[in-house]
Write a protein that binds this ligand. Structure first.
Ligand code: ADP
Ligand code: MG
Length: 257
C-alpha cells in the first residue's frame, strides 16, 4: 500500500515546491512509483514538471468540487514513474466553495483512497496558508514532511505549524505522523545556517534529515525550464543533494533501523 506525504509549512517561499518536485523526481528515477498532488492554486509543482496549466482539461479542482473520479484527472508527466494531479488557478475559489460542503475536510482523503495502491508514494504540495486546502491535505495523508529554510526567522511559525498538525491529528487524522524535516538553503560557511540547524534539531529531535539542501542557482532556474533539477542539470549541487535526500529517504523507509 502506498504512503502519502504532505509537504507542509504555511510559510511561503521556504522550499515546499522545490522539495516536492525534486524529491519526487529523484525517487521516481530510482524506480519508485510516484503521484504528485498539486493543491496550491499557484500551481508551481504543475509547471515545475513542464505541464502547461492552460492546456489542462481537468484539475484537482474538479476532484474536490465537481466529484470527478481522481483517476480521470491524473496525468502522466514526461518522466517515468511520475504522475501528476495538476492544479489550476480555479483552486483559489475552492477554499470558499468547500466551506459550504458536507465533510469538507476529508474530500481529498476520500479521493486519495482510490489511488493509494497504484503508487509507492503520493506527495501533496500544500499552499502557503492554513485554509481548507491545507487542512484537506493534512487530513488525507499518512505523514507530513516539513521544509525549513536556514534563515533568521526559521523557527517563526513553527509553533503555529505544530498546532495545526496536532489539531488535525486529534480531530481528523489520528494516525498522522511526522516523516521528517528538510533543511533548505543551507550554507555551511555561515554561522547563521549552523545555528538554525542546531535549533531545528532541538525542536524536532531525531526527525531532521542528515542531507541538507544547499542554496543552488540551478534549483532556482529549473522551474522556468519545466524540469526537475536532476534533468535540467544532472551535475549540479542541487541534483547531488536531492539524489542524496532520496537515498536517505529510502534507507529510512526500507533499511534496518
Ligand atoms: P514554497 O513552495 O514553500 O513557496 P519554493 O519551493 O517555491 O517555496 O521556493 C521559493 C523560491 O526559492 C523559488 O523561487 C525557488 O526556486 C527558490 N529556491 C528554493 N530552494 C532553493 C535552493 N535550495 N536554492 C536556490 N533557490 C531555491
Ligand atoms: Mg509552493
Amino acid at each position: 500500500m502506498g504512503i502519502s506525504i504532505a509537504i507542509f509549512n504555511q510559510k511561503g517561499g521556504v522550499g515546499k515546491t522545490t522539495t516536492n518536485v525534486n524529491l519526487s523526481a529523484a525517487l521516481a528515477s530510482k524506480g519508485k512509483k510516484i503521484c504528485v498532488v498539486d493543491i496550491d492554486p499557484q500551481g508551481n509543482s504543475t509547471s515545475g514538471f513542464g505541464v502547461d496549466k492552460k492546456s489542462l482539461e481537468y484539475t484537482v479542482y474538479d476532484v474536490l468540487i465537481n466529484e470527478m473520479d481522481i483517476r480521470e484527472v491524473i496525468i502522466p508527466t514526461e518522466y517515468e514513474n511520475l504522475d501528476l494531479l495538476p492544479s489550476s488557478t480555479q483552486l483559489a475559489g475552492a477554499e470558499v466553495e468547500l466551506t459550504g460542503m458536507k465533510r469538507r475536510e476529508v474530500v481529498l482523503r476520500n479521493a486519495l483512497q482510490i489511488i493509494r495502491d497504484d503508487y509507492d508514494y503520493i506527495f501533496v504540495d500544500c499552499p502557503p496558508s492554513l485554509g481548507l486546502l491545507t487542512i484537506n491535505s493534512l487530513a488525507a495523508v499518512d505523514r507530513i514532511l516539513i521544509p525549513i529554510q536556514c534563515e533568521y526567522y526559521a523557527l517563526e511559525g513553527v509553533s503555529q505549524l505544530m498546532n495545526t498538525y496536532q489539531m488535525v491529528k486529534k480531530n481528523l487524522n489520528p494516525n498522522l505522523s511526522i516523516q521528517g524535516v528538510v533543511l533548505m538553503m543551507f550554507d555551511g560557511r555561515t554561522n547563521l545556517s549552523i545555528q538554525v540547524v542546531e535549533e531545528v534539531k532541538k525542536v524536532f529531535r531525531g526527525k531532521v534529515y542528515v542531507t541538507m539542501i544547499p542554496r543552488n542557482i540551478r534549483l532556482a532556474e529549473a522551474p522556468s525550464h519545466g524540469q526537475p533539477v536532476i534533468y535540467y542539470d544532472p551535475r549540479s549541487r542541487g541534483t547531488e543533494a536531492f539524489m542524496e535526500l532520496a537515498e536517505e529517504f529510502i534507507d529510512l523507509e526500507e533499511g534496518e533501523w
